[in-house]
Design a protein around this ligand. Structure first.
Ligand SMILES: NC(=O)CCC(=O)C(=O)O
Length: 265
């Protein structure tokens, strides 16, 4: 399975410009490396322009979702469509979307953990449903948004339901890059799955986003890591069978004793 990650420099508050940029990138990337799946970052249409987010947000995803569907169909690729500011009933959500090669929406998720360090709770509304698994190319996968990475509670159930790849779409700032990198490796090891992340680069209102998009295998080895400050493309081929091998050799899932674990924590 070939994956291309767009470690993008987002132009703040310019959804149309960012769409054009993504379109041009996909066209080039499809010609260059023919990926099965492409991955975009969090809030890639607007970045964290939260003070004006009601103005820039897409009404029920009416622009962004058809744009991604059309892109997926035209280039016959699966899209982990990052996330976008999604206005629903006068509230704005941070919503991620997954589209398959046929242009069908296979999954949609609104971020449940809003990040206080970037003032999200002040401007956005939290989703009320934790992530669920979805399938692309017959493989079970999960998708979380940035700050969600810190909450192992929502990631373990995905692995228990058979997810072999976890996508993380992000706008993660530089001061906590050591957390970003180490938690991804931890999630990959503890859940014995691939972790594939897409972070952005660039700055807005004194916050600098730190790149380091990553691909980590189920053993916790980092297969690929982006730079901290360059817009770039990361391309990788992963063999999802490695998840099965890791789970056979270190049988964490069969060694679990869930009846002893505290429920609801
Ligand atoms: N966009 C985000 O959710 C950033 C998360 C973050 O900065 C952190 O967890 O630290």
């Amino acid at each position: 399975m070939k994956i291309s990650i767009y470690q993008m420099e987002i132009t703040p508050g310019k959804p149309a410009e960012n769409q054009q940029k993504v379109k041009a990138w996909v066209e080039k990337e499809v010609k260059h490396s023919k990926p099965d799946i492409i991955v975009l970052p969090e809030m890639w249409t607007t970045s964290y322009t939260l003070e004006e987010i009601h103005h820039y947000a897409d009404d029920h995803g009416k622009t962004i979702i058809p744009f991604l569907q059309d892109t997926a169909k035209t280039f016959e690729i699966n899209i982990i469509g990052g996330s976008f500011a999604n206005k629903m009933d006068e509230k704005v959500y941070n919503t991620a979307v997954v589209i398959n090669r046929k242009g069908e929406v296979v999954y949609q998720y609104s971020k449940v953990h809003l990040v206080p360090m970037l003032n999200e709770p002040q401007y956005l509304t939290a989703g009320q449903k934790v992530p669920e698994i979805f399938e692309l190319e017959g493989v079970k996968m999960g998708l979380i948004i940035c700050y969600d990475l810190r909450f192992t509670e929502i990631i373990r159930p995905l692995a228990l339901e058979g997810a072999e790849v976890l996508f993380v779409v992000a706008e993660w700032p530089t001061p906590r890059l050591n957390h970003w990198k180490n938690i991804q490796i931890t999630r990959a090891i503890e859940n014995q799955m691939f972790v594939v992340s897409c972070n952005n680069v660039g700055s807005y209102q004194n916050v600098t986003y730190g790149g380091c998009s990553m691909v980590v295998n189920p053993w916790g080895d980092t297969l690929l890591e982006g730079s901290t400050d360059e817009e770039e493309t990361l391309s990788v081929s992963i063999d999802v069978e490695e998840t099965k091998t890791a789970r056979e050799q270190v049988p964490v899932f069969t060694s679990r004793v869930p009846h002893l674990y505290k429920q609801g924590l």
